[in-house]
Design a protein around this ligand. Structure first.
Ligand code: NFE
Length: 503
């Protein structure tokens, strides 16, 4: 039986996943990116300083990651190193965006897979917000309209958290998280100029002055976000993990893991990062080499040559191409299938053992939950690694904001050469993000983006090997062949963003 699970995310919803099920087991899965955008074509022949603005329009959720990757690529091309304040400001803007994104994903995009929202109908407490939700939900259900009570209901049949108190607490935090996300966004906008698409992320730093007033405002907002992460997000995540321990074994991609590293610890991009870059395969981490990345297109709707290196990338749309089923290309590293994202970030760091805070969190949380770090390749592993990322990043941002020096320069002088090239690599919330820029006669001759969800939701490669998300689905047992709640939980644990993937 073939089932189309699309639209399968609660945001950026043009991902379809077609599964084939036999005897309640998924035997095949195909991820389909269903539209073409062509940002690389839009960038051709433009002024290079348009790039960090235009690429932010790829997505409204992770725009800063695109701006940062673009700035890193341009900094390399122009031979620029920002002053310490400039790199710190870029970090403060990008890091706050990660905090927003993890809370958005856990509460708004994923928890409804686990929480029994109907528990609120029996709520007898005095919390005004919950009472409002209770009466709204009751009225919506009584109205009998098919789409009533969205986004809470209808929901897929399956098992949800049984303890009413836990569901109600998670629901309360679902509501609170909306306000906390605003705080994180306000923090990034203090220096970035606006959210979602920042005006002040710029090659060589950030054209905003550093003042004591801005630092204090930023710290207050991040402090509140950090408190919520520590006091609510982490315990809520543990509650979900305890209620569904089987999800440590469901959704493993068994792919290699790749991280480009996140948040440089100094002006130079390679000065060491809060999360280290690395390629993890067979238990070994090796340094990242962008020239080992190729993009295969046998099953993608492009007539370009397959297996090209990033700097040689081509974009020739071919909507009617036989066999092709997605607008997403199939990137491979060293020819291997790769998963990117929070688990890759944490696993690479865990094996590199560069940061005791991350290693400590992995060991204490997996210890509390009685699972091995190897279980991080799973639905719950991805959720846990997001929470670990959030915790570590929030602490880093508080420390980084202390390093700002009011009155000191925030941006380097810029001289754009006529011909140059550069790679810019960072970690967006969803994983490894690479931009490549090549200049000719002061204009953009070539621009390429290899984006997190392009890796994770890639279609089959030239050898017919499934992408990470497809592989994570294949072999999964499903209780209800039509609804496939398990498959939905697997897909959403990757937090796919199709706007980014197809760019
Ligand atoms: Ni549109 Fe994006 C992806 C992230 S890349 S959400 O995939 O995170 O910056």
């Amino acid at each position: 039986m073939k089932i189309n699970l699309g639209p399968v995310t609660r945001l950026e919803g043009h991902l379809s996943v077609i599964t084939t099920v036999e005897d309640n087991r998924i035997v095949d899965a195909r991820c389909q990116g269903e539209m073409f955008r062509g940002f690389e074509a839009i960038l051709k022949d433009r002024d290079p300083l348009d790039a960090q603005q235009i690429t932010q329009r790829i997505c409204g959720v992770c725009p800063y990651a695109h701006a940062i990757a673009s700035c890193y690529a341009q900094e390399q091309a122009y031979g620029l190193t920002p002053p310490p304040n400039g790199r710190s400001l870029q970090n403060l803007i990008q890091g706050a965006n990660h905090l927003y994104d993890y809370l958005l994903h856990f509460y708004q995009l994923a928890t409804l897979d686990f929480v029994d929202v109907t528990a609120v109908l029996e709520y007898r407490g005095a919390d005004a917000e919950l009472l409002k939700v209770k009466s709204w939900l009751r009225a919506e259900l009584d109205s009998g309209r098919p789409s009533a009570a969205a986004p809470f209901l209808p929901r897929l049949p399956g098992s949800y958290i049984r303890e009413a108190d836990t569901s109600i607490t998670l629901l309360k935090h679902y509501l609170e998280a909306l306000g906390v996300q605003q705080k994180a966004n306000r923090a990034s906008a203090l220096f970035g100029g606006r959210f979602p698409h920042a005006t002040a992320i710029f090659p060589g730093g950030c054209p905003r002055p550093v003042t004591v007033d801005l630092i204090v405002q930023y710290q207050a907002l991040i402090q509140e976000t950090r408190d919520f992460i520590r006091d609510k997000y982490l315990p809520d995540l543990l509650a979900v993990a305890r209620a569904f321990p089987e999800y440590w074994k469901i959704g493993a991609s068994r792919a290699a893991h790749l991280s480009f590293g996140l948040l440089p610890r100094g002006p130079a991009q390679d000065a060491g990062r809060l999360f280290s870059p690395g390629f993890l395969a067979d238990g070994k981490v090796t340094p990242v080499d962008y020239t080992r990345i190729t993009e295969e297109v046998r099953y993608a709707k492009y007539s370009s040559s397959s297996g090209l290196a990033v700097k040689d990338g081509q974009l020739q749309p071919a909507p009617g191409k036989p066999e092709a089923y997605s607008w997403i290309k199939a990137p491979r590293y060293n020819g291997q299938v790769v998963e990117v994202g929070p688990a890759a970030r944490v696993l690479v760091e865990f094996y590199v053992r560069g940061n005791p805070a991350i290693v400590g969190l992995v060991e204490s949380l997996t210890g509390k939950l009685d699972v091995e770090p190897a279980s991080l390749d799973s639905v719950l592993g991805r959720h846990l690694c997001r929470a670990i990322s959030a915790t570590v990043i929030a602490d880093f941002l508080m420390a980084e904001s202390e390093r700002l020096v009011p009155g000191q320069p925030t941006i380097a002088d810029l001289h754009i050469p006529s011909e140059a090239e550069g790679y810019g690599a960072t970690e967006a919330s969803r994983g490894a993000l690479l931009h490549y820029i090549r200049l000719k006669n002061y204009r953009i001759d070539k621009y390429e983006c290899v984006v997190p969800t392009t890796w994770n939701a890639s279609p089959r490669d030239d050898q017919g090997r499934p992408g990470a998300l497809e592989a994570a689905l294949i072999g999964t047992k499903v209780a209800d062949q039509t609804a496939q709640l398990e498959a939905g939980r697997i897909v959403r644990s990757f937090d796919p963003c199709l706007a980014c993937a197809i760019h």
